[in-house]
Design a binder for this molecule. Structure first.
Ligand code: DHE
Length: 511
């Protein structure tokens, strides 16, 4: 939804009511820019009954009126009175006459492979291929390809509209796959500095994951309720997995990640309290599949992507793995706390004291004394929770100047960086000592501007920070002295992603 209607921009002020316009006109005026003219999503999610399932009762009205915390959704109480809000909420809960089918045939029909793409034999540049860093610029939907040693921009290419989540590199670091909220997946060849092709894997999507063998990329979709698995080679559809819980209830996918030692994609469902594991390896563990290999023996043409479904005590909107990929730390967005699921036994083994909407997707780990800790910011509270990963106890809550979105560190730096994404102190970036768990410095490189998301260079010696504004920049800091060394102008830069840190699963970065 956009912030204000045309009346506001003309300097007039009025509160619209149902006598002035029907809810579909209000939708066009206030919502269509972000959620799509057809309600099927854009920067914001689709607004149809299938995607509003968990928002029963007056919850949709409350979001229209007051906005939604930790998202770009503003409140519209100044534009719409209570009747108009209620009518708009009802309108959103009305099924569309037709939701377009988006199965294998439609996905394949959307695929384009670039005719002028020729794979270079070697990189067309002389930089360290392992120190390439991509910077997503959401202001004009581009990615800048940076040399991580000189910070020279090697290329700046157009992406699909509204990229969300981390782009995923293949295990060699040569190819990168980038996903937009409206379901497009782009394949780009970093060696050749050329796009390879694009395909629309879903209508409204969350994120993507790369298989550890580099053969498959999985796309978590809200709409339709599917997980699309593509061949990384030519972006063809390998499988569209229909997402229906054990009781047959269809569900959106909250997010998908790869679990390399298990040769599986792990996904959390949004509308059903279940975690799924989709195996892509040659020898999937033999439990819980429709066909039980142990009892019935091998079958001809077995499903190459068998699915295991695990019921969880609560919904998981967001989750995080330990470095062994056996344990999943998850939390729902209602802020009641978290849970640890052991993927081997398929059960919850511990509760986590994580109130206030932890943002586990950007959690990181590091060695702390004899143990390893995991830290996560909270989307609603100005606090970073630090959790011991042996006992699952909270070691410390570090108070910050406001709720943060992203955290980052690197094996070779003594510090953890966390932003203050929300509120009056959004221009602050805290630097925390990994052992004392104290804030040692708060950087304010652009007073009044949003400063967010950090990525390190391959050796951890520099930290790249976004000034998340239209006329923004990526600031390069010396990670030891914490002094600014360079400022690269960029259009609303969001995430940065270093090839080495990503493909080696650095403990300081999101996976
Ligand atoms: Fe994100 C990552 C979910 C809103 C920018 N975000 C992720 C991931 C998930 C997620 C599950 C991990 C995916 C991955 O990298 O594979 N994000 C959500 C939400 O549920 C939430 C709160 C609501 C929503 O609208 O979906 C949300 N996210 C936002 C934003 O409003 C942000 C700030 C701006 C935007 O672009 O939409 C935003 N999210 C990001 C970024 C990452 C991300 C830049 C990748 C971080 C990384 O370092 O890997």
């Amino acid at each position: 939804m956009k912030r204000a209607g045309s009346a506001i921009s003309l300097g007039l002020f009025f509160v619209a009511n149902s006598a002035m316009a029907d809810p579909s006109a209000h939708y066009t005026e206030f919502c269509a820019d972000c959620h799509g003219a057809n309600r099927l999503g854009g920067v914001g999610p689709a607004l149809i009954p299938q995607t509003l399932k968990r928002m029963r009762g007056p919850k949709v009205e409350a979001v229209i009126r007051d906005g939604r915390v930790a998202t770009q959704m503003p409140g519209f109480s100044e534009n719409l009175d209570d009747v108009a809000v209620a009518e708009l909420a009802n309108y959103l809960k009305t099924p569309l006459a037709q939701v377009p089918a988006w199965g294998e045939a439609e996905i394949m029909a959307s695929r384009t492979l670039d005719a002028d793409y020729v794979a270079a034999d070697a990189p067309v540049w002389s930089s360290d291929p392992m120190n390439i860093t991509l910077a997503v610029e959401t202001g004009d939907h581009h990615v800048s390809v940076l040399d991580g040693d000189t910070f020279e921009v090697l290329d700046r290419f157009a992406t699909p509209f509204a990229v969300h989540g981390g782009p995923k590199f293949d295990p060699t670091g040569r190819y990168v796959f980038i996903m937009s909220r409206d379901g497009w997946v782009q394949k780009y060849d970093i060696w050749s500095l050329k796009q390879v092709g694009r395909i629309r894997a879903g209508l409204n999507s969350r994120n993507i994951a790369m298989s550890s063998d580099g053969k498959w990329v999985a796309i978590a979709n809200y709409l339709p309720n599917t997980l699309t698995i593509l061949s990384t080679d030519d972006l063809s559809v390998a499988k569209v997995v229909e997402i229906k819980g054990k009781k047959g209830i269809p569900s959106r996918v909250s997010a998908v990640y790869q679990a390399p030692p298990r040769e599986s994609f792990v996904l959390a469902l949004k509308d059903v309290p279940e975690i799924w594991e989709v195996f892509y390896g040659k020898n999937p563990p033999q439990f819980g599949f429709a066909h039980d290999y142990r009892i019935e023996g091998p079958i001809k043409n077995p499903d190459p992507f068998p699915v295991r479904k695990i019921t969880t005590p609560d919904y998981l909107d967001d989750f995080f793995f330990d470095q062994t990929y056996e344990y999943v730390m998850g939390a729902s967005r209602d802020g009641k706390g978290g849970q640890v699921i052991d993927l081997v036994i398929g059960h919850k083994i511990a509760d986590l004291d994580l109130p206030g909407m932890p943002h586990l997707g950007s959690g990181i780990t590091w060695k702390y004394g004899d143990s390893t800790v995991m830290a996560t910011p909270h989307l609603t509270d100005g606090v970073v929770s630090v959790i011991d990963m042996k006992t699952w106890e909270t070691v410390k809550r570090i108070e910050t100047e406001g709720p943060g979105f992203f955290m980052r560190s690197h094996e070779k730096t003594p510090y953890v960086w966390v932003d203050v994404f929300f509120g009056p102190n959004k221009d602050a970036m805290h630097v925390i000592d990994k052992q004392s768990l104290e804030i040692v410095k708060t950087l304010r490189p652009a007073p009044g501007k949003t400063v967010a998301h950090v990525e390190f260079t391959r050796d951890g010696s520099y930290a790249l920070v976004s000034i998340w504004e239209e006329d923004g920049a990526v600031i390069i800091y010396d990670a030891t002295t914490l002094q600014e060394v360079r400022r690269l102008p960029m259009r609303k830069p969001s995430g940065k992603y270093n090839v080495w840190n990503k493909i080696t699963f650095s403990e300081g970065t999101s996976h």
